[in-house]
Design a protein around this ligand. Structure first.
Ligand code: IMP
Length: 423
């Protein structure tokens, strides 16, 4: 049985949490494969909004097993808070939430290092969520990290101490002004580790192999977005993992020839949180309207998201890198009321028209070239069927399908599970 993927195609916040939640009924296993609590996956149903950071978005469904894969980095403190917040839902975490022994641990000092590194960068800062993601992946690739499986071995506290001491020396090296009380942070960390240890730790690559052999249906849930990929994103303004399709193979131990559908999610417009190039960013009333109507504030940090028109140059790139087989367009309802809808179909780069993201893409270097389409006035949020959607929205969807050469299977018209139109 193949493993299907669900990936964000822009700069994150496309609405993966909602779609995983909608799709979970078709799957036996939902697995996260990269990133950490820098993610904020928002789900809404029965009038309640839930934000998950590390726990996969299938957790609310009775029959799905949720796996946190080896490619994920886990902060026990945030993980414990997520578990506590889910306490009232009577979820059997022991059988429904399994963690890879090979996933790396975010230590309190990783978070402090993130803060020190960003402070030292000054104006060139990445705009990190400051959850310790970069420093934890640095320790992973530097072969110094601590893994979940270490918590089952003797001597893990000594290993923790040695690494935390080294981090403290590194923090001092940055010579920036950050205040912290490591004793307090450590008490919180060690307490949260005990909660984590009550869950099942597994060899997830093995578990997933067995599950595939038994015909179980598996969905790998991405975090962040393709343009934040460490290799293919707008480096250095990216996150520290491979957010694209290949990351699911390394982040779960699934062979490339076992990948099935690749479901790509994008918003009907574009947003970005944090620093870095964003060619179609708007600084006018239209951008302000998108942000306000779309409630564009980071689910993890609360920061306002930058907003702009859909960038087809970037989207085509993401579709290609990921091998997307079907698309899902989110937040179509947010564009209701715009008289004209713009789509960027090429860039003007140093006086030349180009169709790709240049190596040194800087907003100042690149001017978007737009196609303009008719907007729609109607409120979409109560619509349930594709044939209810306005003609001009159909035209927008068909234009995108033509450009991207991939069908758009879902159009989302609101945050709730029920506001999902299948085509
Ligand atoms: P970090 O991964 O927290 O260090 O953040 C690096 C960059 O990725 C920053 O610009 C963040 O704003 C952005 N980022 C990280 N996680 C997310 C996410 O889940 N959604 C959107 N942006 C994110």
């Amino acid at each position: 049985m193949a493993v299907d993927l669900l990936l964000g195609l822009q700069w994150g916040d496309e609405g993966k949490g909602k779609i995983v939640d909608v799709l979970t009924k078709n799957y036996d296993i939902i697995a996260r494969f990269q990133g950490g609590p820098n993610a904020g996956h928002t789900l809404e149903f029965d009038g309640i909004k839930h934000v998950l950071h590390t726990i996969p978005s299938g957790i609310f469904h009775k029959n799905a097993v949720n796996i946190v894969g080896n490619g994920v980095v886990i902060d026990p403190v945030i993980f414990k808070k997520e578990l506590d917040a889910l306490g009232k839902f009577n979820i059997d975490f022991h059988s429904k939430l399994l963690i890879s022994r090979k996933a790396h641990l975010i230590l309190p000092t990783h978070r402090l290092l993130d803060a020190a590194s960003e402070a030292a960068k000054g104006k060139a800062k990445i705009g990190s969520t400051l959850k310790g993601i970069g420093p934890t992946y640095m320790d992973k690739t530097g072969r110094n990290g601590m893994r979940i499986g270490d918590l089952e071995l003797d001597g893990w506290k000594e290993k923790y101490r040695a690494l935390a001491d080294k981090h403290e020396a590194m923090i001092a090296f940055y010579n920036v002004d950050i205040e912290y009380d490591l004793k307090e942070l450590e008490t919180e960390f060690l307490n949260a580790v005990e909660t984590l240890r009550k869950l099942q730790f597994i060899d997830s690559e093995d578990y997933l192999f067995q599950a595939q052999s038994k015909g179980k249906k598996i969905l790998a849930e991405g975090a962040q977005g393709s343009l934040l990929d460490i290799d293919f994103g707008t480096y250095p303004y990216v996150t520290s993992s491979n957010t694209t399709a290949a990351g699911a193979c390394t982040g779960l131990g699934v062979a490339p020839n076992k990948i099935g559908d690749v479901k790509g999610i994008f918003k009907a417009y574009t947003t970005r949180v944090g620093s870095g190039p964003f060619p179609t960013e708007l600084f006018d009333q239209d951008g302000e309207t998108m942000g306000r109507v779309g409630n564009e504030f980071g689910a993890t940090t609360g920061r306002p998201r930058r907003c702009g028109w859909l960038d087809l140059v970037a989207l085509k790139y993401a579709v290609r890198i990921n091998g997307v087989t079907e698309l899902m367009m989110m937040k179509a309802d947010v564009l209701s009321g715009f008289k004209k809808i713009k789509v960027c179909t090429a860039y003007n780069y140093k006086g030349k028209e180009i169709q790709h993201l240049p190596y040194n893409i800087e907003t100042e270097n690149v001017t978007p070239i737009y196609s303009e389409m008719e907007g729609w006035e109607k409120d979409l949020t109560q619509m349930e069927k594709a044939d209810q959607l306005p003609k001009t929205l159909h035209a927008y969807i068909e234009f995108l399908e033509q450009e991207l050469q991939v069908p758009i299977k879902i159009v989302s018209v609101g945050p709730d599970r029920t506001q999902t139109i299948h085509r």
